[in-house]
Design a protein around this ligand. Sequence first.
Ligand SMILES: NC(=O)c1ccc[n+]([C@@H]2O[C@H](COP(=O)([O-])OP(=O)(O)OC[C@H]3O[C@@H](n4cnc5c(N)ncnc54)[C@H](O)[C@@H]3O)[C@@H](O)[C@H]2O)c1
Length: 470
Amino acid sequence: MRIAVIGSGYVGLVAGACFADIGHEVILVDNDQQKITGLNQGQVPIHEKFLPELLARHRGQRLHFSGDLHTAVEASDAVFIAVGTPSTERGDADLSYVESVARGISGAIGRYKVVVEKSTVPVYTSEWIRKIMLRNAAAPDSFDVASNPEFMREGTAVSDFFYTDRIVIGSDTARCTAVLREIYAPLTDGSYYLRPDAIPRPDRAQIPPPMVVTSTKSAELLKHACNAFLARKISFINAVASVCESVGADVQQVVEGVGTDSRIGPRFLNPGIGYGGSCFPKDLRAFRAVAREHGYEFRLLDEVMHINEDQRYRFVQKVRKALWTLRGKRLAVLGLAFKGGTDDIRESPALAVTQALVAEGCAISAYDPAAMDRAREVLTSSVEFASDPYEAARDADALLILTEWEEFAALDLNRLRGLLKYPIVVDGRNLYDPAAMAVAGFTYYSIGRTAVTEEGQQLQSAAARKFKNA
Ligand SMILES: NC(=O)c1ccc[n+]([C@@H]2O[C@H](COP(=O)([O-])OP(=O)(O)OC[C@H]3O[C@@H](n4cnc5c(N)ncnc54)[C@H](O)[C@@H]3O)[C@@H](O)[C@H]2O)c1
């Protein structure tokens, strides 16, 4: 099929490259001419595993990049909208990019086309897209609007596209559903997975993936519900971690016991400095706003967001506790991306913590394997960028781990101890075992576990001490 993808960011670029890989003719459109020029010259604007291979495989063959929306839409059977839907100041989704695309494609529809929401949008957006297109003279029977929410995660986005848990199609007509079924047929009929050059199958993947067909509204809503549920899981375990710290329990042991319950499952139960990124924060705000607009006060979401904010504050407090005062301290920061495997720093808790420490008067030496270029654009002159974790650690008063990159879980601890001014590690991602860190000679603070000193002594919370002495 011929597909136009409007918006060549994380989602559009990955989805477009993957559509080309399953056999479609794809034109990726963006209004950022610099991005289009770079893509045409062979650049890969984001850090994403397997993406360079797919772009090299299909660029100029089945995959084209263009700034010309009209021509791309005219030539296509399906038009996927993958532009950003950031938060407004009120917390609802800013749909002005979606609206502008809907207006732009109205005049280029011609023969029947399916217009697909790939961006995460609030329920009722499909109705608005339809209204806008009709207002701009698109013929009523020349198009349908569908929802095909995207569940890919940055860092594993390409694998997630091919080995998704399910493909959701929200459509209100049989004709439109048939087009979307055809687009995804190489995945749902399993033929893609037989190819020798198929992207490797991750451990847990079920193939072929099931297709869930719903109404357009249900598909729009279930994407928000899904992200809200996952964020709730993260905030829940972070709240449990705070209780663990107060009573002297170990949250990792709690997670093991809770996560092995098949009704709950272990994923998204990683205590840390909270969720971030371009999706969870804004999608929760948007879901909260759309629920309110339609008469339901979704207070549970307020609390999920509140716990998430609090987690960053608690971490800064932990650093203060480890160092007594913060002004003038030199801190090594490992991780700036909102999670491991990506260069995305949008709403990154690692960045927020770094900025809070700068505001407290700390000097920071930071390292991230992929996100430093992006971070340089937003961090002030109080932050130096190091070329590796060890350079960051040199002469620092303490080392902070803020993003769960694999390489941060495998540091040479002897070397690190020799470089730090004081052997203090404050781990916001629980990458190390406290007992092992004590043996390696560190005073080690983490999330939801008792801090230990290099002498192996446990630094108990006031509440736990009170209980013990009672
Ligand atoms: N990033 C993720 O992991 C992820 C996962 C699932 C869903 N989503 C959703 O997908 C959507 C896109 O997210 P993203 O992370 O890819 O955003 P992004 O900011 O990386 O990309 C958006 C792109 O759209 C382009 N654009 C904006 N207006 C345009 C227009 N009028 N015409 C052509 N191009 C235009 C921008 O230049 C940019 O390249 C959002 O709704 C997001 O919530 C994102």
